[in-house]
Design a protein around this ligand. Structure first.
Ligand code: HEC
Ligand code: HEC
Ligand code: HEC
Length: 206
């Protein structure tokens, strides 16, 4: 008998291992589906729409303040969405962890009834501290995804600002050391040293 053709070999390979192949195909299908569903869920929960309006308490507080900030309206018309600061960018494991943590916030929202602004407002400093700690842990990774010290036209900044940034660049300092409360209401953190840029308020949210 002449040697089997390649088609016969493949045919018998498939016949003898059909169950395994079927399982593998289904697994890949389910896997892709999960990834697709995950991506859609992340896109949806990261959108401005979801962030700002699903949680009623945010509409009148953090969202309202954001609309007066330079990250929402500026000469160039660039809009920075909530998620660009609050969700790790281009980092799948970190995003997954973050979304997981965020479900606890949703639990607070729906189960503990924090959708009431009267309950949300007193918690803001505590939440802001969590956000500050997050930025400290990543050395303001999300800010630096857009803003790079090395790309600043330092010579075009006012001398006082230029001096601060020239210094900050040397240690790749966390932007939040100096720029707290630029998108939302400014809080004084009683437990921390005052923000270095506090008082210089050209950019404060009105
Ligand atoms: C998606 C890109 C993006 C991200 C993320 C981002 N920014 Fe910006 N930022 C901009 C743009 C664009 C402007 C310019 C607005 C303008 O023309 O005034 C700006 C303006 C600023 C300004 C000057 C205006 C103001 O509000 O004081 C500061 C300070 C600043 N950003 C700091 C930060 C910090 C701190 C973070 C992280 C918490 C951050 N940015 C995250 C894009 C971004
Ligand atoms: C050591 C303190 C310090 C650090 C760290 C710092 N800044 Fe600033 N920055 C200032 C001060 C002070 C100003 C003056 C404006 C203000 O906040 O009132 C300023 C102004 C700015 C402006 C407006 C520039 C202009 O010419 O009007 C931008 C944009 C900015 N900072 C972005 C950043 C970003 C992004 C980071 C992190 C990569 C950062 N800064 C880190 C102190 C700092
Ligand atoms: C330019 C980056 C940036 C953008 C855009 C941004 N935030 Fe924030 N957010 C911060 C930082 C930084 C803090 C920590 C407190 C502070 O310094 O203002 C914070 C704090 C918060 C807090 C904690 C409570 C508080 O009052 O501080 C909530 C909730 C929040 N943001 C929600 C949102 C939502 C919703 C949006 C979009 C409508 C948004 N943020 C857009 C940077 C941003």
């Amino acid at each position: 008998m002449p040697g089997k053709s390649i088609f016969q070999s493949v045919g018998s390979f498939i016949r003898t291992r059909f169950q395994y192949i079927a399982v593998a195909v289904i697994a890949v299908g389910v896997g892709l589906d999960l990834v697709g569903g995950y991506a859609t869920a992340v896109d949806y929960t990261s959108s401005l729409q979801f962030c700002a309006h699903t949680c009623h308490e945010m509409e009148k507080t953090v969202f309202e303040e954001y609309t007066h900030s330079k990250h929402y309206k500026n000469e160039q018309g660039v809009v920075v969405a909530c998620a660009q600061c609050h969700v790790p960018q281009n980092n799948w494991p970190a995003t997954f962890g973050h979304k997981f943590m965020a479900t606890f916030e949703l639990y607070n929202h729906f189960i503990l009834g924090e959708s009431d602004p009267a309950k949300f407002t007193p918690r803001r400093l505590e939440l802001a501290k969590k956000v500050w700690a997050g930025f400290a842990a990543t050395n303001a990774r999300e800010c630096k995804a857009c803003h790079k010290y090395t790309n600043m036209l330092l010579e075009e900044q006012r001398p006082s600002i230029r001096a601060q940034h020239t210094d900050a660049m040397k240690t790749d300092e966390n932007c939040l050391d100096c720029h707290k409360g630029i998108t939302h209401k400014k809080f004084e953190d009683p437990s921390a040293a005052p923000a270095k840029a506090a008082g210089a308020s050209d950019f404060d949210v009105q």
